[in-house]
Write a protein that binds this ligand. Structure first.
Ligand code: NDP
Length: 327
């Protein structure tokens, strides 16, 4: 394959399609025939040009890719290997997954675990990896389904939220979904949520330093006042994994949830996450994520539709995970 279509950010408005050749590929040890990418909130920011994600222009967008190794100068990777890359520099400083062929450093790749298929690996993608990292962090903080507490997931109908609901429910937690879209309740129930909270219930400041304790733990994809409220409502020695900023980057809180209830606030980063932690997360995803539930939360769309989908995800209108078919 020499010529391939790619979605490229130029730094001047939204990303546009360009025809690239192998001569345009960046340096790196491993060349991958990209089969699938995915759509994440960060891709929405990069493709529309509304967020400062891309730091080097021109650059192929797409923070995730999955495909088959075509050529390798690294002994640990062989042609034919099915591989995944999420995060690292993709779509920031290194060309990403919205293309049919890409070249990457050998230490960015992970083997696609069985029984997850290539398409399903992108249904997981950065969002699913992040959800798993949130669950691992809660477990490290001592959160266990045996405690019988209620675990809250905010932004539940989004990509990270949907996978978090499915994972936590499969692990035996009682899961409450916070969503701004009441019409997604049947969908969230099918993922395993058993309780619901409207987004507006968490979006206002009660004015009190602490609220009634409602959650033994939480996964927050939203940030801002929602995260501040979640902290005030988290039970004694509970834990909150914070990974997102769909509602903002500020955190209007006080020290009281931490010093009166011993709350553990865990920050989650999937981009620079070290390889041993990634390996553990993918291993857990391969055993703990119900693939039929993942499939039901996924739609597959062609690369040509990514410019419109980027605007949709920023407007909070996509549900679950979107896999991008790069063929
Ligand atoms: P999605 O757009 O798929 O999901 C975000 C969800 O947040 C929406 O579906 C919506 O859920 C909710 N939401 C959107 N806007 C608002 C708002 N103004 N106020 C409250 N809730 C809102 O995005 P992703 O799942 O891809 O990412 C979620 C967040 O996590 C993003 O902020 C992203 O940047 C971050 N992220 C961080 C990572 C990390 O490594 N730390 C990795 C991946 C993502 P609903 O309709 O149910 O209310």
């Amino acid at each position: 394959m020499d010529s391939h279509r790619a979605l490229v950010a130029s730094g001047d408005g939204p990303a546009r399609f360009e025809q690239l050749t192998d001569a345009d590929l960046p340096p790196g040890e491993v060349t991958v025939d990209v089969r699938y990418s995915s759509l994440n909130y960060k891709d929405g920011l990069a493709v529309t040009g509304k967020g400062k994600i891309v730091r080097k222009f021109p650059l192929v967008c797409g923070i995730d890719l999955a495909g088959v190794v075509a050529e390798s100068d690294a002994p640990q990777w062989r042609p034919g290997d099915e591989v995944i890359v999420t995060g690292w520099g993709l779509s920031e400083t290194h060309p990403g997954g919205y293309t049919a062929r890409q070249r990457v450093p050998a230490d960015w790749l992970v083997h696609k675990p069985e029984p997850i298929g290539l398409r399903q690996s992108m249904a997981v993608g950065t969002a699913g990896l992040t959800a798993m990292l949130c669950v691992l962090a809660l477990e490290e903080s001592g959160v266990s389904p045996e405690d019988g507490g209620e675990v809250l997931v905010t932004g539940a109908a989004g990509g990270v939220g949907s996978v978090a609901v499915a994972l936590l429910s499969r692990l035996g937690h009682r899961v409450t979904a916070a969503t701004g879209r009441p019409e997604t309740r049947d969908y969230l129930t099918s993922l395993g949520a058993s309780g619901f909270v409207g987004r507006e219930e968490l979006a206002g400041d009660s004015g009190r330093p602490l609220d009634r304790a409602r959650w033994s733990a939480a996964v927050d994809t939203v940030g801002g006042q929602v995260l501040a409220t979640v902290l005030k409502q988290t039970d004694y020695r509970g834990a909150v994994a914070a990974c997102g900023m769909a509602a903002g980057t500020d955190l209007p809180t006080s020290v009281l949830p931490f010093i009166l209830r011993g709350i553990d606030l865990r920050g989650i980063d999937s981009v620079q996450c070290p390889n041993p932690v990634r390996a553990e997360a993918w291993s857990r995803l391969s055993t703990d994520l119900p693939l039929d539930v993942l499939d039901a939360a996924t739609e597959v769309r062609p690369l040509s539709e990514v410019p419109e989908l980027a605007a949709e995800i920023l407007a909070g209108r996509t549900r679950g995970r979107v896999v991008v078919d790069t063929a």
